[in-house]
Design a protein around this ligand. Structure first.
Ligand SMILES: NC(=O)c1ccc[n+]([C@@H]2O[C@H](COP(=O)([O-])OP(=O)(O)OC[C@H]3O[C@@H](n4cnc5c(N)ncnc54)[C@H](O)[C@@H]3O)[C@@H](O)[C@H]2O)c1
Length: 327
C-alpha cells in the first residue's frame, strides 16, 4: 500500500507517540487528519511544526456522533489509532476513563471503519497485554494476561479488533510496542519524571527496590516500525515492536543521574505499585522479517532525550507534575 496517496486519520495525534507519527508522516508526504480530545496528556505544542500541513479535530473518540461527523467530512482511507488513557497509576485510582476511551472509543472507531470501508486500521496496543514474565520473551501468539486496569482495557480493545477482523473482515493490524521514551513524553512517566525531578534537584522516586525490568524503545524507532507495518504489514496479524534494551529501573535512574552530573542520593525508594508487573520483554523477530530494527541504542537515545528536556524545560514546567508516575 502506498500511504502517501491516502488520507490517514490519526487518533491521539497530540500525544507523545501519535505526534511523532504525525511529524514523520508529514515528512513522508501523507495527508493527515488528527482527532484528539486534548486531555491533560494531549498538547497541540507537540504538533506546532506540523500545524500548516495537517487538519485537526478536537474530538472525543468515545462520542460516536462527533466522530461520525469527522469521518463524513474527511472520508479517511487509513486509521492509525493511538488515542488512549495511558497512565497505569491513574488507572489504579479510577479505571472508568480507561474503559470509556480505550474500549468504547476503539469500538466506535471499528464501527466507523466498517461503515466507511477503511482500507487499513492500525491498532496501537501495548506489550503490557501479555502481563509480566520472569524469563523469556513473549511472541505475538502468547496469551493475554493483563495485570492492571490500563493493560486490561488495552487487551479488551484488542479483542474487539480481533473479533472485527474475524467477523467483518475488517482490514486491521494489531501493534504491541514496548516502553517508549524520547522527547515530548508527559512528565508523569518514569524517564521524564527522573529527568525533571533531577533537573530541579528534587527527590527521584523509584518504586519498590527498583528491580523491575523494562524494554526501552525510542519513540522515533517505534514510529518507523508503525510506518513499516502500515506499508508492509499483513492484515489480521499482530506485530511486537521491541528493542532488546532491557534495563532495571534502578539502573535507568542511576544512568540518568550520572549523565546529569547529579548524586545517586537523590533516589528515593517509594512504596511499590500494587500488582506491579516485574518484567516486560518481547520477541520482535516477526517485525525484523519485514525489514525493521531499532536504529537508536539506549545510551544515545537517553542522552538525546535528556538534552531535549533541558532545552524544553519551559514546556515541562507548564505541566502539572503529578506525584504519580509509571513505567
Ligand atoms: N508510551 C508508551 O510507552 C507506550 C508503549 C506501548 C504502547 N503505547 C500505546 O501507544 C498509544 C499512544 O501512547 P502515548 O504514550 O503517546 O500516550 P499519551 O498519553 O501521550 O497520548 C494519548 C493521546 O490520546 C488523547 N486522548 C485520550 N483520550 C482520548 C479520547 N477519548 N478521544 C480522543 N483522544 C483522546 C490524549 O489527548 C493524548 O493526546 C496508546 O494507545 C498507548 O496505549 C504506549
Amino acid at each position: 500500500m502506498n500511504p502517501s496517496k491516502r488520507t490517514i486519520l490519526v487518533t491521539g495525534g497530540a500525544g507523545f507517540i501519535g505526534s511523532e507519527f504525525v511529524r514523520q508522516g508529514v515528512q513522508r508526504g501523507y495527508k493527515i487528519i488528527v482527532v484528539d480530545k486534548l486531555t491533560y496528556a494531549g498538547d497541540l505544542a507537540r504538533l506546532k511544526e506540523s500545524a500548516g500541513e495537517i487538519t485537526f479535530y478536537k474530538t472525543d473518540i468515545s462520542h460516536l456522533r462527533n466522530l461520525t461527523g469527522v469521518f463524513k467530512k474527511e472520508r479517511p482511507d487509513v486509521i492509525a489509532h493511538f488515542a488512549a488513557e495511558t497512565h497505569v497509576d491513574r488507572s489504579l485510582q479510577d479505571a472508568l476513563p480507561f474503559i470509556q476511551t480505550n474500549i468504547i472509543g476503539t469500538q466506535n472507531l471499528l464501527e466507523l471503519a466498517r461503515d466507511f470501508q477503511i482500507r487499513k486500521f492500525l491498532h496501537i496496543s501495548t506489550d503490557e497485554v501479555y502481563g509480566d514474565s520472569a524469563k523469556g520473551r513473549f511472541k505475538e501468539d502468547a496469551p493475554l494476561k493483563p495485570n492492571n486496569p490500563y493493560s486490561a482495557s488495552k487487551a479488551s480493545a484488542e479483542l474487539l479488533v480481533r473479533s472485527a477482523v474475524r467477523t467483518y473482515h475488517l482490514p486491521a493490524i494489531i501493534i504491541r510496542p514496548s516502553n517508549n521514551y524520547g522527547p515530548w513524553q508527559y512528565p508523569e512517566k518514569f524517564i521524564p519524571v527522573i529527568i525533571v525531578q533531577a533537573l530541579k534537584g528534587r527527590r527521584v522516586p523509584v518504586y519498590g527496590e527498583g528491580r523491575q525490568i523494562r524494554e526501552w524503545l525510542h519513540v522515533c524507532d517505534c514510529v518507523r516500525a508503525v510506518d513499516l507495518i502500515l506499508r508492509k504489514g499483513a492484515i489480521g496479524e499482530t506485530y511486537n515492536i521491541g528493542s532488546g534494551f532491557e534495563k532495571e529501573n534502578l539502573t535507568t535512574a542511576q544512568t540518568i543521574l550520572h549523565l546529569l552530573g547529579k548524586s545517586k542520593d537523590l533516589i528515593q525508594f517509594v512504596q511499590d505499585r500494587p500488582g506491579h508487573d516485574f518484567r516486560y520483554s518481547i520477541d520482535y523477530a516477526k517485525l525484523k522479517k519485514l525489514g525493521w530494527k531499532p536504529k537508536i541504542p539506549f545510551p544515545a537515545g537517553i542522552r538525546q532525550t535528556i538534552h531535549w528536556y533541558k532545552e524544553n524545560f519551559r514546556w515541562v514546567e507548564g505541566k502539572a507534575l503529578s506525584r504519580i508516575y509509571s513505567t
